[in-house]
Design a protein around this ligand. Structure first.
Ligand code: ADP
Length: 428
């Protein structure tokens, strides 16, 4: 249990690649922080600097109030779980979990108690006598987590721990990590490229791109108030739709105009735009697929259906509208499904609209969300936002809530590596 402070942390590799740029973050004791972003954005480098596995080129890192820039990994009171499990293949599960404690010369009785407690938490008691090669990927990852748990570290670091698992196991282990977090009550920093993992696990999410932090916030904040187009596109599935549109300002009132359809913005959005004295301008308009509703009314935006995907409780309709491709999530009622009216055939012309509380306006040049200043919306700076249900749809019926979509299955290599535990190995 410890708080962490990363102050202007920067990483320049020997080949002069700048992997992380001025990373600033205060992490509270027992907080679960997720670093998320596409491959190469600097997530692992940041985590490895916290672990002490990479040198910090510039800036300061504090763990529990102590500056640890030059403190070796084994003295940082940290445990780390890697994507590739890093188990010793010749040792039993029991010995793999016990290994770090043995190195630290804990009494046998204490080791036995801690190993059995961890095994119970992870539901692997019956596997303790097996060797790693006789375990499934999910079981191996549990052993790797068990080895970290017995350390009772101040900070628990996880680097893509679920990436080698298939989609079903990944979902199961995700819930296990949520439960684990409730049981071991420590500070977590978790790295993933998967926004669903980030959204479901994090108290706060740090979204990174090309070494720069794009936004830090709770899952709800980054979903509802994306700082820029990158965050808007990265968080949420299916991805947010974007259109070229016009932001119109008339005195203190704002609306957006898209293909002749005009939607007044909600008072909260108007207030934020007014606070920044944002003038009317050409913008990129962002609307999430689940916030678009089909309408029969003539004021709606015309669209042509390309593909209609039945997802069970909703249909994802891919359309062409305003020269762009867009997705509309249409909830399916039992009645519509029974009448066979749940799928819209290719080529159908439809019209859609959206609420003024559910749209985002982005600067055409910079991609910045115009509701906020140049700085990303800070967690505490986000004013409370009225529930969307309070805002009547201008043209049509109530849209459905977001449908979380499962990430695609991508089982990776499943290799046992005899690299052991870098934190323990440092002790030898
Ligand atoms: P992520 O974890 O987000 O995929 P990384 O932190 O692994 O990203 O990498 C960030 C950037 O640093 C990438 O451009 C990557 O190629 C580079 N990089 C990572 N490790 C090294 C290294 N040991 N030497 C040089 N460049 C590296």
């Amino acid at each position: 249990m410890a708080d962490l402070s990363l102050r202007n942390v920067k990483k320049i590799y020997d080949n002069s690649v700048v992997a992380v740029q001025s990373f600033n973050l205060e992490i509270a004791d027992k907080e679960f922080i997720v670093l998320v972003g596409p491959s190469g954005c600097g997530k692992s480098t940041t985590l490895r600097m916290v672990a002490g596995l990479e040198e910090i080129s510039e800036g300061e890192l504090y763990i529990g109030g102590r500056k640890v820039n030059t403190v070796p990994p084994k003295d940082r009171d940290i445990a780390m779980v890697f994507q590739n499990y890093a188990l010793y293949p010749h040792m039993t599960v029991y010995d793999n979990i016990a290994y770090g404690l043995k190195l630290r010369k804990f009494p046998k009785r204490v080791i036995d108690q801690k190993v059995r407690e961890a095994a119970e938490i992870l539901d692997i008691t019956e596997l303790l006598k097996r060797k790693p090669k006789a375990l499934s990927g999910g079981q191996r990852q549990r052993v790797a987590i068990g080895r970290a748990i017995v350390r009772e570290p101040q900070v628990f670091l996880m680097d893509e721990p679920l990436s080698n698992l298939d989609a079903k196991l990944r979902n199961q282990m995700r819930s296990e990590i949520i439960k684990l977090r409730q049981r071991i009550n420590t500070t977590f920093i978790y790295v993933t490229h998967d926004q669903t993992e980030a959204m479901t696990l994090g108290d706060r999410i740090v979204i990174m791109k090309e070494g720069f932090v794009q936004q830090v916030g709770t899952p709800q904040e980054v979903f509802r108030h994306p700082a820029n187009l990158f965050v808007a596109g990265f968080i949420g599935t299916p991805q947010m739709n974007t259109f070229d549109a016009r932001l119109i300002r008339e005195g203190g009132r704002y609306s957006v105009e898209l293909e002749g359809a005009r939607v007044a913005l909600s008072p909260e959005k108007e207030a934020r735009l007014l606070a920044g004295d944002v003038p009317g301008q050409e913008v990129v308009l962002g609307v999430r697929p689940e916030h678009i509703v089909l309408t029969q009314m003539s004021g709606g935006v015309p669209a042509r259906v390309d593909v209609s995907e039945m997802m069970g409780s909703a249909v994802h309709i891919h359309v062409e509208a305003c020269g762009r491709e867009a997705v509309i999530v249409v909830p399916v009622s039992e009645e519509a499904a029974e009448r066979g009216e749940d799928v819209i055939s290719t080529g159908t012309l439809v019209r859609f609209t959206f609420r003024g509380s559910a749209v985002h306006v982005f600067d055409r040049e910079t991609g910045r969300n115009l509701e906020y200043g140049p700085e990303p919306p800070a967690a505490e700076a986000n004013p409370p936002v009225a529930s969307q249900a309070e805002e009547p749809a201008p043209l049509a019926a109530e849209p459905s809530p977001a449908l979380p979509e499962e990430p695609a299955s991508a089982p990776g290599e499943d290799v046992l590596q005899d690299i052991g535990d870098p934190f323990a190995e440092d002790d030898t």
